[in-house]
Design a protein around this ligand. Structure first.
Ligand SMILES: Nc1ncnc2c1ncn2[C@@H]1O[C@H](COP(=O)(O)OP(=O)(O)OP(=O)(O)O)[C@@H](O)[C@H]1O
Ligand SMILES: [Mg+2]
Length: 239
């Protein structure tokens, strides 16, 4: 990969499920320290792209460069070990385990000290500190999303892929979660956040990609897109 500043570069990626092409010739890149939004409506292919990057779905074509290495044909555990993490949509946690056990599992691939990482998670999500013994499935939806993010932070990933963090959450909780995403980015985390909530995703990110039926149909600085009513209307359906 020619540019050392890029943490991720996806080139000509194609992913299909049998006869269904979910992603076609897709190109996308993320610089070190960037917060980038991936916007698109139902079925656009956002989750398919994130799962292909982390190796859950296999790329039929193309390259995925992470920290200068092509990971497109590597197994997921190796990709995760190299510092890439996916926080899946639907705030997936191990619901029958306690909050602490969930966080311990997150530390499985950890690069750092467990207690230090736990303290860092508590600074972002103080609510989790008092809930360590609580069964994770009994947390509220917002708390479960916080736990899902906290679990990922337990191993200090170099790039976070975050799928629909706003899904199913009340507006106040969505605002809190996005504040934390911005905070994490300020701390130096590189983040790609997939969202149907275009407004929220544009507000928090510096650049964005808009996906439609497996392709990137628009990319640019989020501020420019927010400030252009025609583009907002045409691509995002927000007036
Ligand atoms: N395992 C699968 N088998 C077959 N088709 C699939 C599979 N997963 C996704 N698809 C199809 O691929 C396309 C893209 O789906 P994907 O879940 O990536 O979209 P999305 O942008 O994440 O949508 P949403 O915002 O609803 O989560 C859809 O047409 C979907 O039906
Ligand atoms: Mg999805």
């Amino acid at each position: 990969m020619e540019n050392r500043n890029k943490i991720l570069k996806v080139e000509n990626l194609a992913v299909s499920y049998g006869p269904i092409n979910a992603i076609n010739s897709l190109n996308l890149e993320i610089n070190q320290g960037e917060l980038v939004a991936l916007i698109g409506s139902n079925g656009a292919g956002k989750t398919s792209l994130l799962k292909a990057i982390i190796g859950i779905h296999r790329a039929q074509k193309g390259q995925i460069w992470f920290l200068g290495k092509d990971i497109a044909r590597q197994p997921t555990d190796r990709i995760v070990n190299s510092g890439l993490c996916l926080i899946p949509e639907g705030h997936i946690i191990f619901s029958s385990m306690t909050v602490l056990e969930n966080l311990q599992l997150g530390a499985y691939h950890s690069f750092g000290d467990f207690d230090q990482n736990l303290d860092r998670v508590f600074t972002y999500f103080p609510v989790l500190k008092g809930r360590l013994k609580q069964t994770a499935g009994t947390l509220s939806g917002g708390e479960q999303q916080m736990l899902a993010i906290g679990r990922a932070l337990m191993y200090k990933p170099k790039l976070i892929l975050l799928d629909e963090p706003s899904l199913g959450l009340a507006p106040k909780i969505v605002a809190d979660i996005f504040d934390i995403i911005v905070e994490l980015n300020k701390e130096g985390y590189s983040i790609l956040v997939a969202e149907q909530n275009a407004k929220k995703a544009l507000e928090c990110s510096s650049r964005c990609y808009v996906m439609r039926t497996g392709e990137i149909v628009l990319t640019g600085f989020s501020r420019d897109i927010m400030n252009n009513p025609k583009i907002r209307q045409a691509y995002l359906g927000i007036g």
